[in-house]
Design a protein around this ligand. Sequence first.
Ligand code: GLC
Length: 503
Amino acid sequence: MSDPWWRSAVVYQIYPRSFCDTTGNGIGDLEGIRRKLDHLVWLGVDALWLSPIFPSPMADHGYDVADYCDVEPLFGSLEDLDRLLDEAHARGLRLLLDWVPNHSSDRHPWFLESRASRDNPKRDWYVWVDGTPETPPTPWQAVFPAGPAWAWDERTRAWYLHRFTPEQPDLNWSNPDLRAAMLDTLRFWLDRGVDGFRMDVVHFIGIDPSRIAPGFDGPTDPARSHAHLREIRRVLDGYTGDRVGVGEVYILEPEELATYLGHDDELHLAFNFRPVWVPWDAKTYAREIDRAESAFAEPRWPTWVLSNHDRPRHRTRFGRDGAARAAAVWLLGVRGTPFLYAGEELGLQDAAVPPELVQDPMGSRDGCRAPLPWDATPGHGWASPEPWLPWPPEVDTRNVAALREDETSILHLYRRLLAARRASPALHAGRQRRLDGPDDVIVLERERDGDRRRVLVNFAPETRRCPADGDWIVEVASDGVGEGAAFDGRLAPDGAVVLRPER
Ligand code: GLC
């Protein structure tokens, strides 16, 4: 049996608001993504994941969904989505949507009905507790903004649960009609041909009403989340084409995270977010790799993420261009499915967003959501010169057009790495062994069906010697130096290489 496509794929995350604006309203759109498909093929990624594109009042920039089966007019229309999907498929690119099963918008018609009266048939589709306005049912706090996870609704004199903003009421997955309706939203998109879903905070969905009581730290019963994930998986499995479910399961213990793959009957992949939180340091990364290798041993398959729309970019966290280049070699060389966040291939740093321009309900995530600069013109390739957030730093030189021109750029490094990875079964599908190396250096050996590669990463901003046994050729180097020549055992400061055997 051949491996499903998502094991060897590199997934590129697009935050649609920030990608490319073609209408002039300062907000990126689906047509902007469509026009850049050839660029993404040139880059060499395999799949695109779009952060939510559904109709939304944008209290959380799309993670508050008012209709799971349509497209937000700011981004385009359903026809635009169909066209994007067709044109992506015609180029061999897969497309994943971002499904938000834990909560809807408070403007979703389901919630409007639910809050209309206590005996509304959809009352139980959300989590309501009768009471008095003085005392929320439990002391639970929302993830953001700071404050209780309950909002008082005067009309029916009851509290509703919102683990994120009050505009994002939690859906009640213990109600079978709600479950059926949500599974239908998956079918709607699967029927249109999408290749799968990134599933937002999906470990939260197993609501157990009996846990809404003193002594519980939240309403989620993990056993119920697992049961719902099995139902979700059966929907995906009902379609041909290896449709994939990737879970945003925000659990930082890999051993527990891995349980959300079930016995290959729940999620296909679950994000491992640890690298988003830990320092760029060889000992730390060695530990992370070893933990993931044991928690996601075959037949499981790990994932790796360095940046996304919720955390400062790794270029900003690490503070050095060289480290961001070395990290690219690591991310595209380590065993697992890597998720690239649009802009990391440009080495983008977070934008500085002054307080009066803050858009994010959490307050801290605008910097990494800065618009992508396409060229050095005043509008940087956007139809509006005034996008919804300020541009990232160095925008005149660090933009797609300028970096495409410059073969020594980080953009070209990503391109060479992606090409090397696609061509090498060892890199995209192989098993992995971590070999001993000198201090500050990680050495990975990858192998599949006789194909072999070594990935060496120097985490220090100083030269390190790392002689390799046998004769190896530098296939890709993070600084571009020596590619095609024999490896001389020297790793430049912040240097990382992919090596192939000489014969
Ligand atoms: C996830 C998303 C984040 C969003 C939150 C609520 O963590 O990645 O952007 O704010 O869920 O939907």
